[in-house]
Design a binder for this molecule. Sequence first.
Ligand SMILES: Nc1ncnc2c1ncn2[C@@H]1O[C@H](COP(=O)(O)OP(=O)(O)OP(=O)(O)O)[C@@H](O)[C@H]1O
Length: 369
Amino acid sequence: MTQIELRGVQKWFGDVQVVKDMNLAIADNEFIVLLGQSGCGKTTTLRAIAGLETIDEGDILIDGKPVQHMKASDRDIAMVFQSFSLYPHMTVYENIAFPLRATGMDRAGIDRSVREIAKVLRITDLLGRKPSALSGGDMQRVAIGRALVRQPKAMLMDEPIGALDAKLREEMRAEIKRLHLQQGSTTIYVTHDQVEAMSLADRIVVMHEGVLQQIGAPEEVYAHPANLFVAQFVGSPVMNVAPVTVSSNTQGATVMMGGEANGFAFPKELTGKLNGHADKPGALKLGIRPEGVLVEREERQGYLPVEAHIIEPLGAYDIVDLAVGSTMLRARTRAGFVPRAGEKVYARIDPAQAHFFDTDSGRSLGVRL
Ligand SMILES: Nc1ncnc2c1ncn2[C@@H]1O[C@H](COP(=O)(O)OP(=O)(O)OP(=O)(O)O)[C@@H](O)[C@H]1O
């Protein structure tokens, strides 16, 4: 049982505040991913939890007990870094056994634990090798084995697979997930890669400039981003965001984009849900993911004529840039659906997938249609 809680954590490096009033409660066995751009304070947060960094204000609690004044070695937390940090002169077996030797465990106990974790990580065959004879993925398996072997209260991982090539990263991602499901330890994982975050996390914590932006299950963060930063950081290709104006009559609402001539039809309840933003010029931005921009080759009721500019074939599907007046919208279509750039096609915005944001604060207005 390990719960971790951050209450009002603040951290400065000199004059620069890198973690701002961080509050977070992590449940036992939960896999939490801290996601954000380089420099947003993820690593500092992780290191503070591990005890490798002090904090200036707030509390860090492990199982309800404040630990911010406790030494790293007394917190019983294991950490895995991007650089593998194995002892080069020791075999894989000795590397994994090392943390157990320090605890004074007897030889038979150590042997049992090392073999058990090696089996889980499928590296039994490698126990006799030196790190120099391992692939990058195997080195990281060993580093994970060494971290897990003493059954720590929690496992912290800082971009553990960031240095591996794309194919291996995908493999290791699946393996880390399997390991977590099998071992079930409370895990905090740092990455700037949103695909990694989406695929691993029970909950994602999105950070930006030291400030927690949103905490939620991957599907929640993807489907209901709290603000423009989250909306454009999570999801690939990036969500389209454009300034819009909204007008309405008895039939329905119209969302204008890229000039007055381009109006997309929306249900009439939209205006009521915009909290007065519809009447304020410049107050609104619409966000729509490429899969929410629907494209047809033939004219259809409710679709606007638009011109296809660039077509990016991505194998399973295409990403097509569509000029809607002066605004460019990226749509996701079936492969080859729009045959050529320059083609006139017809587009609609799926109201159920549309997001509306306050221009000034960037906050989502929480409109659900
Ligand atoms: N020891 C330090 N002294 C001064 N500034 C630091 C120190 N460690 C980190 N910083 C700064 O604090 C900010 C947050 O760094 P941090 O490493 O936590 O970010 P990050 O989101 O993990 O980024 P990355 O993915 O690049 O590691 C950065 O601007 C960084 O330059």
